[in-house]
Design a protein around this ligand. Structure first.
Ligand code: NAP
Length: 245
């Protein structure tokens, strides 16, 4: 039986990954930072699908919290899958108008938090260290290649770092752990409200080559495939789930 550890599993793409994992029979331990009701609802849905699911409140910037999250997963069985998912965005605008606190927050959660999460996985999962081996998936963004001009170049820069992390860590952890990334485009989740554009997916959807925004489930499908044995010869890959954007 597989056990997945994922940051930010309460809502959006993370929630879809936890539930998709449950449908595959994978148990999970996931974190959330503030929304306890959403976290408990997601965990209850996963358990109703017949798997174990544990929840831990904490911040992806906090290494003690991340260690506890992996311990929680390990109590369910050997942790052979990890998704580096938690990420935030700030109000849209050009870089010149951003204050240092906002930039530091975005960089700290999206980059330092992701690196610390991936580090915890790198310490525990490789077969050479007595771990089960397995797969890590990193949630980047189409913004990493598009740049986020006039909206959130800080966020885009943190996602560029995810692509670089994926390439490097895939080599470090081969052959027992595969490391891949997904770059979602415009996906229908709550994150756009945090950018001050709650209707962004609805408004920009028709402009996308596929004519609509994507769903959290469509994004999760690519991530779950990368984590599965069906992707056994895929590592260091960065897959766009962006509707042609
Ligand atoms: P979302 O709906 O806003 O959900 C964010 C999740 O992350 C929630 O579970 C939230 O917990 C958790 N979280 C936020 N800050 C955290 C922190 N400091 N520590 C731990 N957990 C934290 O976002 P989403 O759209 O699903 O985004 C998930 C990932 O996909 C992010 O990395 C994002 O950058 C990326 N992405 C999204 C899109 C898109 O269009 N939606 C596009 C490209 C990339 P609470 O519920 O407790 O707040």
């Amino acid at each position: 039986m597989s056990v997945l550890v994922i940051t930010g599993g309460s809502r959006g793409i993370g929630r879809a990954i936890v539930l998709g994992a449950a449908r595959r029979g994978w148990s999970a331990a996931f974190s959330y930072v503030a929304n306890e009701a959403a976290a408990e609802a997601t965990a209850a849905e996963a358990r109703a699908l017949g798997v174990a699911c544990e929840v831990l409140q904490g911040d992806a910037r906090d290494e003690a919290h991340l260690a506890a999250l992996f311990d929680l997963g390990a109590a369910l069985g050997p942790v052979d899958k990890c998704v580096v998912n938690a990420g935030v965005i700030g109000p849209a605008g050009p870089l010149a108008g951003m204050d240092a606190d906002r930039i530091r927050r975005i960089v700290d959660i999206n980059t330092t938090g992701a690196l610390l999460t991936a580090r915890e996985a790198a310490r525990r999962m490789p077969a050479a260290g007595g771990g089960p081996g397995g797969a890590i998936a990193i949630v980047s963004s189409a913004a990493a290649r598009l740049g986020g001009a006039n909206n959130f170049v800080d966020y885009a820069a943190t996602k560029g770092a995810m692509d670089t992390l994926t390439r490097g860590l895939a080599v470090e952890l081969a052959p027992s752990v595969r490391v891949n990334a997904v770059r979602p485009g415009i996906i229908e989740t709550d994150i756009h409200g945090d950018a001050g554009m709650p209707d962004r997916a609805e408004i920009l959807g028709p402009d996308q080559p596929l004519g609509r925004a994507g769903t959290a489930e469509e994004t999760a499908a690519a991530i779950l495939w990368l984590l599965s044995d069906e992707a056994s010869y895929v590592t260091g890959a960065i897959i766009d789930v962006a509707g042609g954007r």
